[in-house]
Design a protein around this ligand. Structure first.
Ligand code: NAD
Ligand code: UDP
Length: 322
């Protein structure tokens, strides 16, 4: 049984990961300040004897008196509405101080540590599909910079601790991922479109809907995250993780409407600043090094996610109504 720390454990990806790690027979400690995380995501394991939840901000130094073998560092708001605006400075601090605090902990415990980095390190990419050695096209002082530059700095810190301190690191660059345990209020495109369609509201496309994204189902992502953590110490990444099937946002809206039915119609809203025009991972490295490729296509993944939101929306109170 390994002793594993997951930061961001009450969030979308973190809670899916904690549940998988507990089911695999590990001892799991989760740290989260619940900024975007929800304790109900952990309902199925919160009483488990091998699970411990610590409410803490990773911006603050961490003192943990238990053995830790592996750290998955996920704590960070990930949805543009959650990391922009009044949360921007906090987001940069979370990325930078959070990385330093977790890397110091990894050094103290001699633990292996994985960073959940992002396709946003490529910014609005001029190379398509994105390969790991592409250095990106990020606006360093735009509204997305707190997240994009924050994650770029976190990657830089991970590699400096690897070179200077011999910390065993792993860096994955996650492309848009979706599935059960997303927060209906989160503001990302798949949660917005499904919740809008289920409620019979208009589907809000930002811009003209010609921008593209490639969507990975959460179970595929959790599989490869665990594979990466347990891969040979020499393979540190960065490695792209995502589903290379690419769709325009308009195609996504049409798919969601076709699956859910109802009276929702598409409305076109302002395109947010610096919104990347295209995004699709080249996953050759993950295929070759981790023997992984996604198994769940968008049609199947959307159906599973619609089922999840259906039960979320119609068992909750009205607080998600906008
Ligand atoms: P999420 O918002 O659901 O989860 C993030 C979690 O981190 C939340 O539980 C939140 O409360 C917690 N958190 C935020 N700031 C914190 C702080 N200062 N201290 C402690 N906890 C804090 O988002 P997610 O989609 O689960 O993303 C998890 C990680 O994966 C993030 O690091 C994100 O950058 C990365 N990622 C996700 C995607 C995706 O498509 N889901 C894509 C690229 C990268
Ligand atoms: N988007 C949209 N309508 C929404 C939410 C998002 O058209 O209600 C667009 C957004 O402008 C972006 C894409 O969908 O082009 C993906 O947005 P998301 O916030 O999910 O992720 P990211 O921009 O970080 O890839």
């Amino acid at each position: 049984m390994a002793s594993i720390l997951v930061t961001g454990g009450s969030g979308f990806l973190g809670s899916n990961l904690c549940i998988r790690l507990i089911n695999d027979g590990n001892f799991v400690i989760s740290i989260d300040n619940n900024y975007t995380g929800r304790m109900e995501n952990l309902n199925s394991i919160i009483e488990h004897p091998n699970f411990l939840f610590i409410k803490q901000d990773v911006i603050q130094p961490l003192v943990i008196d238990k053995q830790i073998d592996q750290i998955y560092h996920l704590a960070c708001p990930a949805s543009p509405p959650a990391y922009q605006g009044k949360a921007a400075i906090m987001t940069t601090k979370t990325c930078v101080y959070g990385a330093i605090n977790l890397l110091e902990l990894a050094k103290e415990k001699n633990a292996k540590i994985l960073l959940a980095s992002t396709s946003e390190v490529y910014g609005d990419p001029l190379v398509h599909p994105q390969v790991e050695n592409y250095r990106g096209n990020v606006n360093p002082n735009g509204v997305r910079a707190c997240y994009d530059e924050g994650k770029r700095c976190a990657e830089s810190l991970f590699f400096d601790y690897y070179r200077e301190e011999n910390v065993r690191i792993k860096v994955i660059r996650i492309f848009n991922t979706y599935g059960p345990k997303m927060d209906p209020k989160d503001g990302r495109v798949i949660s917005n479109f499904i919740c809008q369609a289920l409620r019979g509201k208009d589907i809000t496309i930002y811009g003209e809907g010609n921008q593209t994204r490639s969507f990975c189902y959460v179970d595929d992502l959790i599989d490869v995250m665990i594979k990466m953590m347990n891969s040979h110490d020499d393979f540190v990444g960065p490695v792209n993780i995502g589903n290379p099937e690419e769709f325009t946002i308009k195609e996504l809206a049409e798919k969601v409407i076709a699956k859910i039915g109802g009276n929702s119609k598409i409305v076109y809203c302002d395109l947010p600043k610096d919104d990347p025009a295209q995004r699709k991972p080249d996953i050759t490295l993950a295929k070759n090094k981790l023997f992984w490729e996604p198994q769940i296509n968008l049609n199947i993944g959307l159906e599973k996610t619609i089922d999840y939101f259906q039960s979320e929306l119609f068992t909750e109170d009205n607080s998600y109504e906008d």
